[in-house]
Design a protein. Sequence first.
Length: 129
Amino acid sequence: MIGVIQIEAIDLIYAIVEGTETEDIGVAIGHISDTAGLGELGNCALAGHRGGYSGPYFKNVDQLKKGDSVVITKAGGQKFEYRVTESFIVEPTELWVIEDTGDEKAVLTLVTCEDSGDTRLIVRCEMEE
């Protein structure tokens, strides 16, 4: 475990682990390797299922609205607060959503399945300054 994600607006609190292999996101929210770390400048991308046998995970992220708070707490206790800026749907092949934005900002991108896995729901957040 590298941290915890908490989204009060949808009553979500889950562990974050490093990686997005089946065994990782089968029990937690996964940090997508090669993206910025938790709380770092750049685009930190997290992937999670929309529900399953171990819990709801990102089931209700589609209900998030612009301005909703997303709090990330690193394993060492350091907290970072982000605010939702936008949500949109992309094809699974559109990997630009997890690339660095180049804006010198701390961005958090939540990635989950939509339409029974045919597309991806993206929720983009920016760190509070």
